[in-house]
Each structure stands twice: as C-alpha cells, then as structure tokens.
Design a protein around this ligand. Structure first.
Ligand code: GLA
Length: 692
C-alpha cells in the first residue's frame, strides 16, 4: 500500500469522512510509477488565493460532497508566492495544501509562470513578449513573457525550485503541471538570436540552409545566419515558415524543460510532471513537447456547447498518442465556456457524457475548470461548479453523479488503456505545410483528418492517433490522411510496416515534400512511390465536386489527384467521372498487395458517405472487427483493456435511448443500462472477461 493510501485510510479511521466507496476502491496496488494515486482522479481547479481563508473549509467540504478527490492549485498565483523579488511567502499555500489533505484530496501543483507578477515585468521589461509587428506586451493579462528570455527562465527556474523543495516529498502532491497552455511565440531580440542559433544547429552551414530552402528564389540567398528574418507569417519562403514552427517547438519544449530539470531532483519519482495543452493547437509539435514529460494532459472545451463526439474523440486520441499512454483531462467545462462567440451550455447529461468519453479514450483524470467564479477578473462568466454565492450551480448534481460513477468504476479502469487495431498518423509538419500553402482555401488539414477519422472510429470503435515515427507493429491498419511532409526514415519505417504484413493507406497530398518543405524530386507519394508502384500525375483544387466510381462510389470535393499506375500489379479501386475535365476516367484510388500487407493511395477528399464505404472495405481487408455489431451512430463504443481485464464503455450521445447488442461475455457493471438499451445521454459500462 502506498503512502497516499495509508494516509487516506488513516483519515477515514479518524472520521474525516472520505466516502466509503472511495475508501474501499481508490487505492488498488498498481505497478506504475505513480503507485500511490487512485486509478481515476476527479476534481477541480481551485484557486485558494482568490478567497478568504475562512471559506476554504466550506469549499473543500463541498468538493468532497461533489465526489472530488483532487484539486489543482497554485497556477497563476505568483504574485502571492513571491510578492516582491526574492521574498517568498508559501505559508498560505502550506495551509491550503494542509486543508486539502484534511479533506482527503490529492493535489496537483501548477507552477505559476504563465502569469509573471507586475514587479518582475516592471523591473525587467525585456522579459515581455513582443509580437510579430514589434509591439511589446504589458501587464494585466497572462502569457505576456518571452519564451526565449534567459532572465525570465531564471525567475521560472527559481520559483519552480522553491515549490519543488517545499512540496516535492509531500505524499498528497501527486503531480506537477508546468505553466499553463504554453503557446504564443515572441519576436524580441533574444528570440531572434535563438532563431539564428537554432538554424545554425539544424543546418550546420548557411550554404546548406540556402540549398534546403532554395533561396535563389527571389534573391533570398543568405550570407550568414544572422541575416535570416524571424517570421511566422507573410510572404516568406515556406522552408523558413516551416522551420519557424520547428524553432517554436524546440523553444517551448526547452522552456518547459527548464523547469522540469530544476524540479526533478527535488520531487518524489512517484509524482508526475506534465503541462496542460489545448485542442488541435498548431503552435508547436506536441509529440516533441511530451518526450521528456511523464504524461500528457489537456484542456477539453466544447466551444459552442454542441459536441460532435467523433471530432472531440479524435482530439483525445491525439493526446493519448503524445506518449502512447493514458493521460489526464486537466480541465473541462462545468457546462459552458466564456470565450466562444455564443457561450451555450452543454445540455443536461452532456457534461457526464464528455467525462466518460475522455475516460473511454484513455483519461485517468477528469478535472473541472473552475470551482467558483471570482467577484472580478477576466473569467467571471465561465461555467463553474458553484455560483458567486458559494452555493452549487444547477450543474453540480450531474458532476457529483459523474464523480461517484467514475470512483466506483475506478477498480475496473485501473491498469486499462484504450484498445485499437487501427492507427492514424498525425504529422505536425504536414499540417503546417498544408496550412502554409493550402492551394484551396477550404483545405483545412484538421477537417481533412477528421473526415478520415470519423468512419474509421465509428466502425472500428477504437483508433489510436500516433506520430509518423511511432512503432506501428501492433496495428492491423494504419491510415495517414494527408502525410504531405514525408522524410526518408519515415518512408522506410512505413515500408517495413507494409512488408511485415501491415495495411497502409495514404490520403491526398501525401509524400509531396521533405522536412524543409521542399518538393521531393519524384512525384507523390515521393519516397513511397516505388512501394506503391504508382505516382500522382497531377493534383487539382476543385470548385465543384467530381464523381467517384468503382469499389466505392460517390463524390469528391476540394481536392483530387489523378494517379498513374506504373507497376503491373497495381489495382485501380475507383476512378473519377468528370465529363470534359482532366480527371475523367482517371484512377482516384489505387492499391497494391505487398506480401500479406498492402499499400493504398486515396487521391481525393471523399464525401462522408463515400468515405464510410471506403472505411468499411479497408477495415474488412485488414481484418478489423467492431466489438459491438450494428451500434447506432449516436452510440460511442470504447474498449479499455489491460491488467487482465477488458471493459466496454457505451456512451449515448443522442437524445433518445439506443439498443446495444452486447457481445458474448459482456456483463453490466454500472450506468444507465436497462431493457437492452442505453438511456438518452446515458453512459453504461460492462466487463468483457479477461484481456487477450
Ligand atoms: C484555459 C485555461 C484556464 C481557463 C480556461 C477557461 O483552458 O487553462 O486557465 O482560462 O481556459 O476556459
């Protein structure tokens, strides 16, 4: 039994009121690095510094009554922790953590570096962020620092060190969050110098940079690295703009690691270090950011209050893929946000649905943002568990229901992770390169990705999203919707996957450019065209749809490529109908068997119905079968497996009840399951016998 377990049981023995269900179930022995924490954390962002201390006990009691077992604290509280340069005050935080512990809470501490205090930016204005137009940020908001500022990093290291020294061995502190949603780059002098150093490291010589970027174009040739401008946008060389993204990724990763390096030696190994990220954030390469973090954590908000469960699920799967491991949902909304054009609240039942969706996709924690709105401050309109009077909002019972269910299901969920036979490859380079030169204004790479993901997820009931470099051996089917940037090593690994019997599917625009965003000399799919035995003769942006006919039939819009088979054993699965146009009769989808594996190239952005037909045939060819047959599209099915267990989770995202044909061996374990149906907006979970 871990320290946390011991302490909590002691608390129960002392009559501190940890709910009985929690006491019995939340501390399974786990062979993980975080042996002390419950299998599922449920909690909330709590900002004790914003409230009179007399209120803390009431808040913590209400949290416990809501079923929470975790609070995330301290992020943004820098001006309270260090009211003047070098004068630290942690006494209030000691008392807040002690109070949380008395109520049986696990604690996640956020380092406060997203919100530098006024004394810091006043005395050292050079740490302030400068935007691309040269405007320096001022005090009053957040994230107004430069990610490259050495002085700012010194201050960050110091405050992170002080926190780690003080709480690094506190058994209640189960994890650490560095900063908060890092993202906006800076264009100050130090950033420019860092950019030049980055380019020098990447290319070695300026001649190599000139070659990779083809700087003979428009007289861009550089004689030295310090001539290269720092730009994120505008009419710049695509090689420069893609490398800007690489630079930002490296700089933010190092910014976070600056704090991690200081903290690691000071905190228990059982406590995780993470940072919280945003949905589909194009700012930096999240795979790179997570390499030296212990787990991924993200903030899931349904901006318009109208969840598209499949699209939201894709983002969870991407976050899981950062470390190919379960993750934490560090923030989610108790009803609504305050930053959408219309801040519509989720419907009754949907907050619970969204929590279970996260868990089905691999979340081991669900934390709400936030507990209670402050009297003033920028986010008073945001959804919260309590109202301004300190009493529960109408959403609180639903959150309490969710927390109780998740805690009850925790022993089943322990040591399990989402199962999938299908992987999709997400490449930041490709996303950026497409966005830099869309060629068709509507070619949104996330929409294109999601259109591929949708039928695969619905039909296969489990998809992992991973980096192009990931080990793919465990997957029957691997789909890369728009792998525009494809490097030689990536191509070699994909070829090896196919030759070992894997089924690889490439979507439009794949294999066109290298990682300096230069065109490959051979036509698409570039370094994989020999394996495919075919090449793209020409690509076309479409302002009207064209027909698709063959093994699948329907329409394609936005983008279409005419594929020329070269090898004799290439099979044409579908052709275009485009009377009088370039594409008429030309191959749209081709496939080639390679031993027991295959490579398929889909040259067009297919409409949803055609994409669904294609998914059916790809899954059948790869031998992927769903766990639940004939599930209604409103019913999300997920399987978590591991530790000798298999657990089926069914979430009804619809407004009416839906029948669920239980697979053999399924036993109801909890939730809204009755008469063979899952209730409207309901959730049900089942055991499926032992893991394979
Ligand atoms: C982000 C931040 C939080 C808060 C929420 C509101 O996720 O991390 O501090 O601003 O948004 O939705």
């Amino acid at each position: 039994m871990g320290l946390w377990a011991g302490r909590a049981l002691l608390a129960v023995a002392l009559g501190m009121g940890i709910p009985a269900a929690l006491a019995q179930t939340r501390f399974p022995e786990r062979a993980t690095a975080f042996a002390d924490k419950p299998a599922v954390a449920v909690g909330v962002a709590w900002y004790p510094e914003q409230w009179p201390e007399e209120r803390w006990e009431t808040d913590l009691r209400l949290m416990r009554e809501t079923g929470f077992n975790t609070v995330r604290i301290a992020e943004f509280a820098w001006s309270r922790m260090e009211p003047e340069e070098g004068r630290f005050d942690f006494a209030w935080l000691d008392r807040a953590i002690a109070a949380a512990k008395r109520h049986g809470m696990m604690v996640v501490i956020g380092t406060p570096t997203a919100a530098p205090p006024a004394w810091l930016t006043q005395k050292y204005p050079e740490v302030l962020r400068v935007d691309e137009n040269g405007a320096r940020a001022g005090h009053g908001g957040r994230r107004h620092f430069s990610f490259a500022s050495a002085r700012y990093r010194d201050f960050c290291r110091q405050i992170a060190t002080e926190l780690a020294k003080r709480y690094g061995h506190d058994p209640a502190v189960v994890g650490w969050q560095i900063d908060n949603e890092v993202g906006p780059p800076s264009f100050d002098e130090e950033s420019v110098a860092a950019w030049h150093a980055f380019l020098q490291k990447r290319y070695g010589t300026v001649d190599e940079l000139n070659r990779r970027w083809t700087t003979e174009y428009w007289s861009q040739h550089y004689n030295s690295f310090d001539q290269v401008p720092l730009h994120a946008t505008g009419q710049q060389n695509p090689g420069l703009l893609l490398d800007f993204k690489h630079f930002v990724s490296a700089t933010w990763t190092d910014y976070v690691q600056n704090q991690v390096r200081a903290m690691r030696p000071l905190i228990d190994a059982r406590a995780f270090i993470t940072t919280n990220t945003m949905f589909w954030n194009a700012g930096f390469d999240h795979f790179q950011m997570h390499q030296d973090l212990d787990l991924a954590a993200w903030d899931n908000y349904i901006q318009e209050g109208r969840p598209d469960w499949v699209a939201n699920g894709a983002n969870h799967d991407l976050v899981r893929g950062y470390k190919q491991h379960n993750f934490w949902l560090m923030e989610t909304q108790p009803g609504r946000v305050d930053w959408a054009p219309v801040n519509r609240a989720l419907d009754p039942g949907q907050v619970r649905e969204m929590a279970w969706q996260a868990v089905a996709h691999g979340a081991d924690a669900v934390l709400y943002w936030q507990w209670r709105p402050t009297a003033n401050g920028q986010e008073t309109y945001h959804g919260a568990v309590l109202g301004q009077d300190g009493q529960p909002n109408p959403i609180q019972p639903e959150i309490a229901h969710t927390a109780t269910d998740l805690t009850r299901a925790a022993p089943l969920l322990a040591d399990t992770a989402p199962a999938a036979d299908v992987a999709m490859l997400f490449s930041y380079d490709s996303r950026w390169a497409i966005d830099l030169q869309r060629h068709h204004k509507d070619f949104d790479p996330i929409k294109a990705f999601t259109d591929f993901y949708r039928p695969l997820r619905v039909q296969a009931q489990g998809v992992h999203i991973v980096a192009p470099e990931a080990d793919l051996a465990r997957y029957r089917l691997v789909v890369a919707p728009n792998l525009m940037v494809l490097t030689e090593p990536q191509a070699k690994a994909l070829e090896a996957y196919v030759r070992a019997g894997g089924h690889l599917v490439l979507g439009p625009r794949s294999g066109m450019r290298d990682d300096a965003d230069a065109l490959w000399p051979q036509r698409q799919p570039g370094p994989l065209s020999n394996l495919l035995g075919a090449r793209v003769a020409q690509y076309y942006a479409l302002d009207e749809s064209v027909g698709i006919t063959g093994a699948v039939s329907g329409k394609a819009a936005i983008w279409a490529e005419d594929i020329t088979p070269v090898a004799r054993d290439v099979q044409v699965l579908a052709t275009y109908t485009d009377k009088g146009g370039w594409l008429d009769g030309k191959p749209a989808i081709v496939t080639r068997k390679v031993g027991r594996g295959s490579i398929t190239y889909v040259g067009a952005w297919l409409d949803p119905a055609t994409m669904a037909q294609l998914a059916t045939s790809l899954l059948a060819d790869a031998g992927v079968t769903p766990t639940v047959a004939g599930a209604d599209p409103d019913l999300e099915i997920g399987v978590r497996a591991g530790g000798g267990k298999r657990l089926l989770i069914a979430i009804n995202h619809g407004k009416t009840a839906h029948a669920l044909a239980l697979p053999a061996g399924a036993t109801p374990a909890g939730g809204d399951w009755a008469d063979g149906q899952v209730a409207a907006h309901g959730v049900a979970w089942f055991t499926l016998g032992r893991d394979k």
